[in-house]
Design a protein around this ligand. Structure first.
Ligand code: ADP
Ligand code: ASP
Ligand code: MG
Length: 456
């Protein structure tokens, strides 16, 4: 089996859907397909959440979503069926929107997850008809029937055991998927969506479809996971920031994990953990240019340069704690980390000095990288130390191999950046990265300078 995931731009118009459907039709092993909402739709649905019903802007957004999907339906050979599917979905969406004002039974976060799920619902309903147009036998299944999560709406945690059990049960009672040897069904489902034990719809965090696809790939023992997107693979850095960045042929799981954790939007951060432990190779490729080989993520890539790729994560929060208590006192850091853990805040980078510690806060599961520090956390920390919080910083990660064993790498890096103020540095913890903080406004220039010097 090959699990193939298509992102928003790969299903964003009729042409894009048709191109993606051709990719699936081309290889009979592509029999498990995961898709995102059409590009722009999740953002528009989220924007609608913050607007009162019947506001002009809300109506405009609704109209835009409806038009985008009806337009795709109108170009499909199964125009009647596809249009009916969109109209039904839009009616349900309207009914759901009106519940916001009339009922407060559903918590707000639960209501938002239900609303966002309409994006994935619309795209899969339509894509099923585009696949049928290519003479494929499609079985459309709701991802909430496979992906079991807790009830943390907006960034639900997946219960792997329950999810895998559901998927194995499904496979054992649903045979007849297509393969090299026989024609058969293509399973189509949504990324990003799950359900809690009560069957309530949850979502896995923005960009979570990559993670869904990795879950399916691991559970089904897939031969390969394919991530079809709008760029021809993993690049030496975000090509929107550095236009001369180029696609990498092969990269290791470890490097790709660092890249996605530290801002490389091309993959959701949770994706790598699953495929790495199951040793499932990943291919990242462009659905617009499927003939290009894209990037293979494997355990042992042929070449392992010291600097392979650069990433940036904006909107970083730096917290610095000062206390004389820290001087030779056991337990100070334990106290800090236990308070952060009680408030479900995890830490990315740490540096310490004689009487202070600086840390950046993990935002892997957040739509935005901003961490809102509650009064309660600040109060608990202020009880035994002075707390200073700085915003508007960016985390730059230089990702590669044997970085903790290569003489002169820090010297070269920081002499290249002599004109910038480097706020915090983490080097040595990982062979695969050197990370540091700069002012958000300097981040792009820093990455451009490093790319020019180290990658070219
Ligand atoms: P999809 O909707 O297919 O999931 P995303 O927008 O989530 O696509 O991810 C693809 C985008 O990730 C690219 O358009 C690119 O701008 C951005 N990106 C950031 N870092 C990288 C990188 N190192 N390589 C490739 N793309 C990157
Ligand atoms: N549609 C969701 C989002 O935009 C999930 C995804 O695209 O991966 O975040
Ligand atoms: Mg994505």
């Amino acid at each position: 089996m090959i699990v193939s995931k298509f992102g928003g731009t790969s299903v964003g118009s009729y042409e894009a859907m048709s191109r993606s459907a051709n990719i699936i039709a081309d290889n009979p092993q592509r029999n498990w397909v995961v898709i995102s909402a059409t590009s722009g739709t999740t953002n528009e649905l989220l924007r609608m959440c913050s607007l009162p019903l019947n506001m002009d802007e809300g109506d405009g957004l609704l109209e835009q979503i409806s038009r985008r999907h009806l337009d795709i339906a109108s170009q499909c050979s199964f125009k009647k069926e596809a249009t009916k599917a969109v109209e039904e979905c839009m009616c349900n969406l309207l009914a759901h929107l009106s519940k916001q004002q009339t009922s407060n039974k559903q918590s707000e976060t639960e209501w938002i997850d239900n609303l966002l799920a309409f994006g994935e619902n619309l795209s899969t309903q339509l894509f099923a008809w585009v696949l049928r147009e290519k003479n494929l036998d499609v079985q459309l299944e709701w991802a909430g029937d496979f992906i079991c999560t807790d009830s943390r709406f907006g960034s639900a945690e997946v219960d792997l055991e329950a999810t895998f059990a559901k998927l194995w049960h499904f496979l054992s009672s649903n045979e007849g998927f297509r393969s090299d040897h026989k024609p058969g069904k293509v399973l189509l489902t949504q990324g990003f969506i799950g359900a809690d034990v009560e069957g309530r719809t949850t979502t896995l965090g923005r960009g979570g479809s990559d993670y869904s696809a990795a879950l399916f790939a691991e559970a089904l023992g897939a031969e390969c996971l394919e991530i079809w997107t709008d760029v021809a693979g993993i690049y030496t850095t975000d090509p929107r920031v550095v236009p001369t960045a180029h696609a990498i042929d092969e990269i290791s799981f470890d490097e790709a994990a660092e890249l996605s954790t530290f801002g490389g939007k091309v993959l959701h951060p949770a994706t790598m953990k699953l495929v790495r432990r199951a040793n499932i190779p990943v291919r990242v490729a462009s659905s617009m240019e499927p003939e290009l080989s894209g990037t293979k993520i494997v355990t042992g890539p042929l070449n392992r340069p010291v600097v392979r790729t650069l990433s940036v994560r904006q909107e970083q929060t730096l917290m610095t704690l000062h206390s004389l208590e820290m001087l030779h006192q056991p337990g100070f850091l334990a106290k800090v980390f236990s308070i952060l853990s009680e408030h479900r805040i995890s830490v990315d980078l740490v540096t310490t000095s004689e009487v202070s510690v600086s840390l950046t806060l993990d935002t892997a599961h957040k739509a935005s990288n901003k961490v809102e520090l509650s009064e309660a956390v600040l109060r608990a920390l202020n009880d035994f130390c002075d707390v200073e919080v700085e915003y508007n910083l960016a985390l730059v990660a230089v990702i590669g191999n044997a970085m903790n064993q290569t003489s002169g790498i820090s010297g070269q890096l920081f002499s290249t950046l002599k004109d910038y103020n480097i706020r915090l540095v983490c080097h040595g913890a990982s062979a695969n990265n050197v990370c540091f903080l700069v002012q958000e406004s300097d981040a792009e220039a820093v990455v451009q300078t490093l790319h020019q010097s180290f990658i070219g």
